[in-house]
Ligand binder design. Structure first.
Ligand SMILES: Cc1cc2nc3c(=O)[nH]c(=O)nc-3n(C[C@H](O)[C@H](O)[C@H](O)COP(=O)(O)OP(=O)(O)OC[C@H]3O[C@@H](n4cnc5c(N)ncnc54)[C@H](O)[C@@H]3O)c2cc1C
Length: 396
């Protein structure tokens, strides 16, 4: 059996080495002997989205197309929802359904996904699921940094040859960089968009600062109606307008890695399932390549679908929110509620909402990087993100 150089590397004690230091997103690579490749693989030490897009999708994104500049290489986008949603899934459970179908059909032998620990519904516990039951036990977001790649050594040891990995952008960038070393015959990557992630302690602070009942939150999402929706144990939904968030207290809650991330839409996955480019209540699907299409085709008869739409104009709202966020302005709740209602009526919808969210986060992250890691600015920000940020006037 061929022994790869990384397999001769010393076993790493989880968490003992973090070459990206404070920018580490805890993707899990460094908990394995694949730490051997971290300098090239880590999304925060070596930004290489363009090169990896070319390798995996056959081309990098077309910067002359606004859709590709924002949403990455793709063959097709659509809005979709499961005809019979999975109870307790983050949205309608399209991600879990695809993973279950792939196992059942024998297309893959295992699925890298993230369950939670027994003690804490939000504490991530990455696993290689081998049955649909184990996949379903991983449904719903663990809204914390999650070391999904920490199970990669187990993949090699198991002798598995066909694998599906579910993950967010930073995990998938590192995975793509070591893909050839995994000894797999086939790798499928099902991604979700991701933004503003936090450590478990940061999550607690966010819940305590924002929700009326932090201990009973089972699930939350920053929704397209410009409100955070918290779902509680009793099924009730608490809605807090974005504009009423206590930004002054929350400024340091997001992980430095997420404040430095420009891969919101998971550009290197084969298929991406999120929500932000779809009308409220629907999921947003981005098919990047043929493997992504193969995955989507497996579940299409279980979905209602519709074409993506786009309405409104985000740019003024983004420009106005830049100094407001920067100064940590928080509106009184009554004003935030009115603002929320107005913006929901006249604000950006569909793909324009997705662009609103990308613009807001990229401008914020660009400023963060410029102030905290100016030496990284040039290499770390991909060209597409520089063009997006370049549409706005930023404070110093
Ligand atoms: C931290 C985070 C932030 C997100 N932010 C956005 C956003 O801003 N805009 C947007 O459009 N979509 C975002 N998403 C994706 C969206 O919330 C849903 O996860 C997606 O639409 C799939 O819903 P579903 O019902 O099909 O998933 P489900 O069937 O419930 O499955 C969820 C899957 O997510 C995986 N997962 C859970 N937590 C993590 C984690 N921390 N890291 C990696 N994988 C995880 C699980 O393994 C599971 O397979 C985010 C996802 C995460 C994890």
């Amino acid at each position: 059996m061929k022994v790869f150089p990384h397999q001769k590397a010393r076993a790493i004690k989880p968490g003992s080495r973090r070459p990206a230091k404070e920018l580490c997103s805890d993707c899990g690579l460094c908990d394995t002997y694949y730490i051997h490749y971290v300098k090239e693989a880590c999304a925060f030490l070596n930004q290489q989205i363009g090169e990896l897009e070319e390798e995996h999708h056959g081309r990098s994104r077309n910067l002359n197309s606004e859709d590709e500049r924002y949403f990455g290489v793709h063959q097709e986008m659509m809005a979709a929802r499961k005809q019979e949603p999975i109870p307790g899934a983050q949205w309608t459970g399209i991600v879990s359904t695809i993973a279950c179908e792939m196992l059942t059909a024998g297309i893959v032998e295992g699925v890298v996904c993230v369950q939670n620990t027994k003690e804490d519904r939000f504490a991530p516990m990455p696993v290689i699921a081998r049955t649909p039951e184990e996949v379903l036990a991983a449904k719903v977001n663990k809204p914390t940094l999650s070391p999904n790649l920490s199970v990669l050594e187990q993949v090699a040891e198991s002798g598995m040859k066909r694998l599906l990995v579910i993950g967010v952008g930073c995990q998938i960038q590192a995975l793509r960089a070591v893909e050839q070393q995994l000894g797999l015959e086939k790798l499928y990557v099902l991604g979700t968009p991701c933004v503003d992630n936090v450590t478990r302690a940061g999550l607690q602070k966010f819940l305590e600062t924002t929700s009326k009942s932090p201990d009973t939150v089972v699930h939350y999402e920053f929704m397209q109606d410009f409100r955070v929706h918290f779902k509680h144990e009793d099924g009730s939904i608490e809605k807090v307008p974005f504009f009423g968030l206590k930004t002054n207290q929350l400024k340091d809650v997001f992980a430095p890695s997420c404040m430095s991330c420009f891969d919101y839409v998971n550009g290197l996955a084969d298929l991406v399932v999120g929500y932000m480019g779809a009308p409220f209540g629907w999921q947003w699907i981005v098919v990047r390549n043929d493997l992504g299409r193969e995955m989507l085709d497996l579940v299409k008869d279980k979905l209602d679908t519709q074409a993506v739409m786009s309405k409104g104009d985000r740019q003024q709202a983004v420009q106005q929110s830049i100094p407001a966020y920067d100064k940590g302005v928080t509106l009184p709740l009554w004003a935030a509620k009115i603002m929320g209602v107005v913006i929901e009526k006249i604000g950006p919808k569909g793909l324009e909402y997705a662009r609103f969210s990308i613009d807001s986060h990229f401008t914020r992250n660009y400023l963060y990087l410029k102030r905290n890691h100016p030496e990284k600015l040039d290499d770390h920000v991909p060209e597409y993100a520089k063009q997006i940020v370049g549409q706005y006037q930023l404070p110093d």
